[in-house]
Design a protein around this ligand. Structure first.
Ligand SMILES: [Zn+2]
Length: 292
């Protein structure tokens, strides 16, 4: 049962060490076996039976996976380094996230803007949400911005990214865990573990960038987004408004989120217009000040 936890913790640990050059701790006497060796022992002792009862990732594992996904996306899309715009997107994003079905993740929700004209948004597991300037520019009001962010928060809350890790990958975890893996990968079990972790990251990236989530996942995210908007005092109709602008586009978010008439109709049917509240003027003014 704990094997995946170990795999991901180890993988995260290894990548952290590679990235930040963590100094090695002095070895106690007698010296402990290396991390990889320890992993191999645990892995070979645990039977396949335990693995079949796969448990969901822990919140910490989900966070490390999401961070690796975000790093990969940031290699493809540069960050928009505008502190005001970034702070503002975080303010709005956190306002709706607090009203989601999952207001707290391991390290919380964080929003960043990508310097790209391609309208797109990515919900990395654990709560790192990346939105392009191209998509932000399609938003005419703070309510529409809140709608876009709420939809992405819902994907995190529902763990849609994590669910896209292929079944084949989990089977791979089962079969490569033993001593065979050590021979096959040369780098030993630690190497195999890293490959599996990379594979899981690839699965999530493919879903975020190329294939998109299932239609059911999109429907659920739309539904929850409307609820988040309502509960945080935004116009729930803003989601339909921003979706309406997406028809006819191609590439980016249009590829992963085809805005069907059916989807739009469903969103419209669940979002009733509300009277403007006292917050609206403040929100309208600050929206005007930010440059995307
Ligand atoms: Zn979506």
């Amino acid at each position: 049962m704990r094997r995946m936890a170990l795999l991901l913790t180890l993988a995260a640990g290894l990548s952290l060490m590679a990235g930040f050059n963590v100094p090695s701790l002095p070895l106690p006497t007698p010296p402990l076996p290396s991390q990889a060796q320890k992993a191999a022992e645990v892995l070979t002792k645990t039977g396949t039976k335990a693995m079949q009862a796969a448990r969901p990732l822990s919140d910490a594992e989900e966070y490390y996976l999401g961070r690796a996904v975000a790093a990969r996306l940031l290699a493809r899309y540069p960050l928009y380094r505008d502190p005001e715009a970034t702070l503002y997107v975080n303010q709005v994003g956190l306002t709706v996230a607090r009203k989601s079905s999952r207001p707290h993740t391991f390290r919380g929700y964080h929003f960043a803007v990508l310097d790209s004209q391609e309208p797109n948004a990515f919900a990395c597991p654990g709560g790192l949400i990346l939105v392009t300037r191209g998509l932000l520019r399609m938003c005419a009001t703070e309510d529409e911005l809140a709608a876009v962010l709420a939809h992405e928060v819902a994907h995190v809350a529902h763990k849609d990214g994590v669910s896209s890790i292929s079944q084949a990958r989990w089977s791979e975890v089962l079969t490569t865990a033993g001593a065979e893996a050590a021979r096959q990968y040369g780098g030993g079990v630690a190497g195999a573990v890293l490959n599996l972790f990379e594979g899981a990251v690839e699965d999530v990236i493919r879903t975020l960038v190329v294939t998109g989530y299932s239609r059911q996942a999109e429907e659920a995210a739309d539904r929850e987004a409307v609820s988040m908007l309502t509960r945080s005092g935004y116009q729930p109709g803003a989601l339909a408004a921003v979706l309406g602008k997406m028809s006819g586009g191609s590439g980016g978010i249009f590829r992963t989120h085809p805005p069907t008439a059916e989807r739009l109709a469903r969103v419209r049917s669940v979002s009733r217009e509300t009277a403007p509240g006292p917050k609206d003027r403040v929100r309208a003014e600050r929206f005007q000040r930010v440059k995307f």
